[in-house]
Design a protein. Structure first.
Length: 348
């Protein structure tokens, strides 16, 4: 690796570290401000409430992060999540059997991977825009779910899932502060995706594809295979998020999750993932999800209507994308100046 290459990677690492520090600072300032406005905010109960609310968005955001790093946008993940989870519960109810937690996870993940493969094959083979494809498949998946699987609310989950929904990792006696056992698989998934991106050729390939797809192809990365595998993996991750959502809610509603795309994508972008591809980290995504959940919780405590909560997240997303566009423009300008100076020195 040459000195110039090392300096580029060093600059990227420093930039990512700086953006994550900025996020931490914003979260700390927001917590302090809300604690001064409302002392009940700075309690273990509020902390655990925010962490519980972040579990499902955290899982969904991991799949979105992988897609955004590769230079794509996926808006079908909520439909995949609820399709997989609802179908798993529906099959168990219709067959009058309890697949167990592991069985339910396997069924849901297989369904999510199959739906994700539809996105992957269409996008990779036909080179179609990811946003258009996933918008179309979101409608298709939701329509198939309601028309051919079920459209009714299911209140009774299989016994194993019901038992898991009431199992806690931490519960403080005498208070309503508790963390569900489902926090553990979320932590495992966060660590797993982080290792995937940092330690595997597939992870490096995603960054390469997002940075320059033709350059990645020339460098020897199997672009089509990686893209298909990416959307299969994103679908499987979405399915896990859907199953956690259904288990925590102790019911299965086919109308759930679709419409939460904005919050999740905003969290990933605020976490430093570039909407243009080639940049993003799991640490930044975790911080972004927590920031969005803290903002939502703060607005609820302040009595702000839900419509304004959605507006706040939309504003955050616009700001995040705007800052990225400005930074990309400045980076391109610096690169142009450096190239011009280099050509001038060679000419001299």
């Amino acid at each position: 690796m040459t000195g110039s290459t090392r300096s580029i990677f060093g600059a990227r690492g420093a930039s990512r570290f700086t953006s994550e520090l900025v996020l931490v600072g914003i979260i700390v300032l927001l917590v302090v401000a809300m604690s001064l406005v409302n002392p009940t905010f700075f309690t273990v109960h509020t902390l655990f409430s925010i962490l519980r609310a972040a579990l499902v968005p955290m899982v969904l955001a991991l799949g979105v992060l992988l897609v955004i790093i590769s230079g794509g946008i996926d808006v079908s993940f909520p439909a995949i999540a609820i399709f997989s989870a609802y179908t798993t519960v529906f099959l168990a109810q219709q067959g009058a059997f309890d697949p167990g937690v592991l069985g339910a996870l396997v069924i849901s993940v297989v369904l999510g991977a199959l739906l994700g493969s539809v996105n992957g094959v269409v996008i990779a083979r036909f080179r179609l825009p990811t946003l258009i494809v996933t918008l179309a498949t979101q409608g298709i998946f939701k329509g198939v779910l309601l028309a051919y699987v079920g459209s009714k609310y299911i209140a009774d989950l299989p016994a194993s899932m019901s038992q898991l929904s009431t199992s806690n990792l931490i519960a403080i006696e005498g208070t309503r502060a508790y963390l569900p056992m489902l926090t553990v698989p979320v932590i495992v998934l966060v660590i797993g995706v982080s290792l995937l991106l940092r330690k595997t050729m597939f992870g490096r390939g995603l960054y390469a594809i997002g940075g320059d797809i033709e350059g990645a192809r020339r460098a020897g990365f199997p672009v089509i295979r990686f893209q298909i595998l990416l959307y299969v993996l994103a679908g499987a991750i979405a399915a896990v998020g859907g199953l956690i959502h259904v288990t925590l809610g102790q019911n299965a509603n086919p109308q759930d999750l679709v419409g939460t795309e904005l919050d999740v994508i905003a969290a990933v972008v605020l976490g430093g993932a570039s909407i243009f591809g080639g940049k993003g980290s799991v640490t930044g995504t975790v911080l972004g999800v927590l920031l969005v959940q803290i903002i939502n919780n703060s607005l609820i405590l302040m009595g702000v209507p839900t419509a304004w909560q959605r507006a706040a997240v939309g504003i955050l997303l616009a700001l995040g994308v705007g800052v990225q566009a400005i930074m990309a423009k400045r980076a391109a300008k610096r690169t142009f100046v450096l190239d011009t100076e280099k050509e001038a020195s060679h000419a001299g």
